[in-house]
Design a binder for this molecule. Structure first.
Ligand SMILES: [Zn+2]
Ligand SMILES: [Zn+2]
Length: 281
């Protein structure tokens, strides 16, 4: 059975994520260590690192990821955005590596009309430089697929593959978001559909380059290019698709991380974790 986890709050100390995850029954963790709508990267003190590492060990080292800020854009030709995006990503990687966590998940950003092929060399160069600056020994840099809104790169699996290949660094992997894939036209609604999408990912990107699943239902329809997450089973994907993904043996070792609105509107909750466990049983 895959590890079922959730995006949780980590206010007033990253170690609070362990308690917040335990409170809803999540066995894998993602946090925003800095506010996602603002520039910035986490800068834990030596004492913070020590305390985090202690509590991480006490919690049994669950899969643990940072989600980087949304402002990062490695794909645009705006010369002001590049240095900030690169240093923010490097800061995230360096902090994640000091803390010993598994990965930094990020959105590559929008090419703003120049097209993926034209944007690829710049993306490659900036990802390489962020890796060079942080030089993580353990933490991986994970490209998340997106919903295909407004020129955002990485909606098609072929683009994920092209970026991973172009950077050519074994520390680069990926994260597959089910809501984003569905909004980009990958039909996850049925058992056969879900299997075909995983087949396609396996063929195009490779399962050895897949580190995590973002497990979200979708409020918007197939191919809508709209990124609106919904609680599991209540959206356009529905339970059958999630049951199939949770039972696909190729994904059995991966963390399935919820980023759903929750039934109280406060984010991933025990009810959504319970739904995934029921579907995975
Ligand atoms: Zn994301
Ligand atoms: Zn996501």
């Amino acid at each position: 059975m895959p590890v079922i986890g959730a995006h949780v709050e980590a206010r007033k100390g990253l170690w609070n994520a362990f308690r917040n995850a335990a409170a809803i029954g999540a066995d894998a963790i993602q946090v925003h260590p800095t506010p996602p709508g603002f520039w910035g990267s986490p800068k834990p003190s030596d004492e913070d690192v020590e305390r985090f590492r202690q509590e991480y060990a006490d919690a049994g080292r669950p899969p643990f990821f940072f989600h980087a800020v949304y402002l990062i854009n490695l794909a645009s030709d705006d010369a002001k955005v590049h240095p900030r995006s690169e240093s923010t990503l490097a800061g995230y990687l360096a902090a994640a590596d000091r803390l010993g966590i598994d990965g930094v998940i990020f959105h590559v950003g929008s090419h703003r009309g120049i097209g993926f092929e034209a944007a690829l060399p710049g993306i490659t160069e900036r990802m390489r430089r962020a890796l060079e600056r942080a030089d993580p020994q353990h933490t991986r840099l994970l490209i998340e697929n997106n919903a295909g809104t407004g020129g955002c790169v990485g909606a098609r699996f072929e683009e994920i593959r092209a970026m991973v290949d172009a950077v050519g660094d074994p520390r680069v992997g990926s994260c597959l978001d089910t809501c984003h894939a569905f909004a980009s036209g990958y039909d996850l609604r049925t058992e056969a559909g879900a299997r075909e999408v995983v087949d396609e990912w396996e063929r195009v990107v490779g399962l050895d380059r897949l580190d995590a699943i973002h497990c979200n239902d979708s409020m918007s329809g197939l191919g809508s290019n709209r990124d609106r997450h919904q609680n599991i089973g209540l959206g356009e994907i529905g339970e059958e698709g999630f049951r199939a993904l949770l039972h696909d043996s190729r994904l059995a070792k991966l963390p399935f991380i919820l980023e759903v609105p929750g039934f109280e509107g406060l984010g991933p909750d025990a009810a959504n974790v319970a739904i995934l466990r029921r579907l995975a049983a």
